[in-house]
Design a protein around this ligand. Structure first.
Ligand code: SF4
Length: 75
């Protein structure tokens, strides 16, 4: 199963991921960083299994993140 990985600490809150993929991303009002919806946290890094049909959108998000803190594994 492909996974989205979010290195959240280094997120600068630009909102690009939310604009492209509102199914998986929201902005936090608390700290102004993106939240990977349903992501499981391990040492500050969030992971989420994504459906194969969502991969193309996830790839766009990975490309759009200006600080490269989103990765897609196992595509
Ligand atoms: S695109 Fe990257 S930097 Fe911008 S809000 Fe999303 S995770 Fe943060």
């Amino acid at each position: 199963m492909p996974k989205l990985i979010h290195y959240r600490e280094r997120c600068i809150g630009c909102n690009a991921c939310v604009e492209i993929d509102y199914d998986h991303w929201r902005m936090s009002r608390k700290d102004g960083k993106a939240v990977l919806i349903g992501g499981i946290e391990k040492k500050g890094v969030f992971q989420l299994d994504v459906r194969p049909e969502d991969i193309e959108t996830c790839k766009q998000v990975v490309k759009a993140c200006p600080v490269r803190v989103i990765k897609l594994e196992g595509k």
